[in-house]
Ligand binder design. Structure first.
Ligand code: SF4
Length: 149
C-alpha cells in the first residue's frame, strides 16, 4: 500500500490549539486503502496543547498575543520534510484553514475569523518538496471514487 501523510487531528488526535480534534469519519476510508503517517507540524515543533491560536502574517506565524512562533513551525515542518524524504511520500491530506496545514484557505492574520486564499506554512514547504496536498474530500474524489465511463 502507498504511504501518505495525514494531519493528525483529522485522524482524531486532539492536537488542535484548543485541545480538540478535527476527526472526520471519512478518514476511515483512507485508512482502509493507504498506510498513514500522522503529522502535526505545530505539536511536532514543540507547541503545547492547548495553546494560543496562531495565524500567518505575510507568511510568518504569530500567536494571538503577538508572539513570533516561527521557530516552532520551522522545527515541526523540517521534521515532516525529513519523513517525506525518508519514506518517499508524494501525497498529503491536510486540514483546510489551519496556519500550518491549510490547503486553499487560511485565516487572514487579524484573528477576526476572516479567511483568505492561501496555504499553510507546512503545506507550502511540502509543495516545495513535490508533495501533492489535498483536503480529505478532494483526495476521496480523486483517488477513491469509482468513475463511471
Ligand atoms: Fe491539525 Fe495541522 Fe493544526 Fe496540527 S497543525 S492541529 S495537524 S491542522
Amino acid at each position: 500500500m502507498e504511504t501518505i501523510i495525514v494531519s493528525a487531528c483529522l485522524l482524531g488526535d486532539k492536537t488542535r490549539y484548543d485541545g480538540k480534534s478535527n476527526y472526520n469519519p471519512k478518514i476511515e476510508l483512507i485508512k482502509e486503502n493507504y498506510d498513514i503517517i500522522p503529522i502535526c507540524p505545530e505539536v511536532m515543533g514543540g507547541m503545547k496543547i492547548p495553546r494560543e491560536p496562531t495565524e500567518l502574517k505575510n507568511g510568518l506565524p504569530y500567536s494571538k498575543s503577538g508572539k513570533d512562533v516561527n521557530s516552532y513551525f520551522l522545527r515541526g515542518t523540517k521534521q515532516i520534510i525529513n519523513i517525506v524524504k525518508y519514506k518517499h511520500i508524494t501525497k498529503a491530506i491536510l486540514v483546510e484553514k489551519s496556519p500550518s496545514c491549510g490547503v486553499h484557505q487560511i485565516h487572514n492574520g487579524l484573528f477576526n475569523g476572516g479567511l483568505i486564499d492561501g496555504e499553510g506554512y507546512a503545506t507550502k514547504e511540502l509543495k516545495n518538496h513535490k508533495v501533492d496536498c489535498y483536503t480529505l474530500d478532494e483526495f476521496i474524489e480523486l483517488f477513491l471514487t469509482k468513475k463511471e465511463d
